[in-house]
Design a protein around this ligand. Sequence first.
Ligand SMILES: [Zn+2]
Length: 267
Amino acid sequence: MYFEHITAEDLPIVPPMDLNSNLPDIDKISPFPMQLKTRRGVGLFGTRREADSGLIRMHEAVDLLAPVGTPVFAASTGTVIGGSSTSCLISHDHGIKYLTFYQHMQNKLVNNNDNVTAGQQIAEVGGTQDHLHFEIRFPFDNARPSLGNSLPVDPTNVLYQWEVRTFQNDDDARQVIDDVSITNIQEIWRGRLLRFFLVNVSSTGRDLFLPLIDSSPANLSMLETLKLAFFNSKRVRIVWRESLFFSTIQVTQDKVSIIAEVKVLLN
Ligand SMILES: [Zn+2]
């Protein structure tokens, strides 16, 4: 298989854990990634200042909150090529080669050279951590891929794209608010990295957050439609669902649902 142009969003990645599993009480921990510095070692992809040393360091992963014992899944079909008793490095080849890396685990079920399939359990969340540290990387040396000799990419949008694809095929998860007007739209930031489009909708008691990490033409067109509807006072029909993925990285301080996908129909 060949790809003329491939981005990380195109990778056949599934979530490395069951996003429906019972999450810890996130209200007691920290409502937003911005405040995760109060919980050392948990966060989003990107630079962050270490609480103890004050040094700015790169966090090459997204941390998915989950109780100890939550099953950890291989995010894609591949071969185990490394790791310790608490971590696992898997190599994947789907026309291009990439790696996934999992850390803070216990009861590991796989060994080096084992072949694994996407969604297969490889361990549990564990040790002293209540989150899975999950990385996606592109190796510089395809013959000898390794953690050090590879480039990390942000797993956030990759996992979000999985959710968008899943949503498109899941009628049960759909919720519809029909014939409403948009009372306000606003771009907001959560942490330094996550941009959202906040849509206030009349008479529903619910505001909608759209992640702005998705720069696909379909998503940008949808945002434009929302803006046009707002500025021209058009009533809309919105199809949405709550995001499983974003609930695991704590962006629901105001009990506001995160949207996986929206369709707006001008009346
Ligand atoms: Zn981490």
